[in-house]
Write a protein that binds this ligand. Structure first.
Ligand SMILES: O=C(O)CCC(=O)C(=O)O
Length: 263
């Protein structure tokens, strides 16, 4: 098996809880990924198959996110469940890995950011996950790249507030480092690393694919995750809890969600 991670990068990962690998995908691979993202974005909403989430931005309703798409897209499926992405995750964690979930965040101009949070509270059934962020577009401070709080992945859940995010007063006192990426870069991060992002202040979308993995020895939970999420979303839409704007089981998304039936 080829190796993708140098000893200095492994040290960075262990110390900081995240790692950027520049140019992991070639220009032609990025072109294919971009084409596939466009194909998926063109699918009509069909909640029983894939899940599109929408938000309101200044020039109308735009997709904020699509998830659960690999059963319906061969190229995405093979890229996210075999080959070098799976290998790099296994190399990092020292164990065979399995896909837990996948999503595309589109972040159109004016699209919402994400409040400081850890992913672990939203990723049930397994204790620990590793995400591979694949940059389709350049991500910058201006268009809403991620920020991490380096080294804080070692502290378990940090100051969980009632929304499943990090208590804003605690988040304010933390150190945050921007993690800009170029098309083709990947950014690996632990489900315990605190992160956040701003809204897109540019005039182009900032598309990113997120593929989330767990150790194969902890089981294959992908079907269960989406079954549970669909059930939860039906509940949010029907109850009076004010959670219908959430796109996750935690309320981290800061955009203005539009439910499909509201369009
Ligand atoms: O895409 C972003 O800006 C951040 C996304 C994020 O943190 C999440 O989806 O949990």
């Amino acid at each position: 098996m080829s190796t993708y991670i140098k000893p200095s990068q492994l040290n960075f990962w262990k110390t900081n809880g995240y790692l950027r690998i520049p140019g992991f995908f070639s220009d032609s691979e990025v072109a294919a990924l971009r084409q596939w993202v466009a194909e998926i974005e063109g699918w009509e909403q069909d909640l029983g198959r894939w899940m599109h989430h929408y938000e309101s931005v200044s020039d109308g309703t735009r997709l904020s996110r699509t998830e659960d798409f690999i059963p319906h897209h061969e190229g995405m499926k093979s890229t996210l469940t075999s080959g070098k992405v799976l290998d790099v995750i296994s190399e990092l964690t020292g164990e065979p890995a399995v896909l837990y979930k996948e999503k595309i965040n589109y972040k159109y101009p004016g699209g919402g950011g994400y409040a400081p949070h850890q992913d672990a509270p939203a990723y049930e059934f397994v204790k620990s996950h590793t995400t591979c962020l694949i940059s389709i577009d350049e991500a910058t401070a201006e268009n809403g790249c991620l920020y991490f709080s380096p080294g804080r992945h070692r502290e378990g859940m940090i100051a969980l507030d009632p929304h499943g995010c990090i208590d804003p007063r605690v988040a304010e006192s933390m150190d945050w480092v921007a993690a800009p990426t170029q098309p083709g870069d990947i950014l690996l991060f632990s489900s315990y690393i605190p992160h956040k992002s701003g809204e897109n202040g540019s005039n182009l979308p900032r598309r990113i694919i997120y593929a989330v993995y767990n150790n194969l020895s902890d089981g294959d939970w992908r079907d269960k995750y989406y079954e549970d999420k669909r059930e939860a979303f039906l509940e949010y839409a029907a109850d009076e809890s004010g959670r219908s704007g959430q796109i996750s089981k935690i309320a981290h998304f800061q955009g203005r969600t539009v439910l499909k039936h509201e369009e």
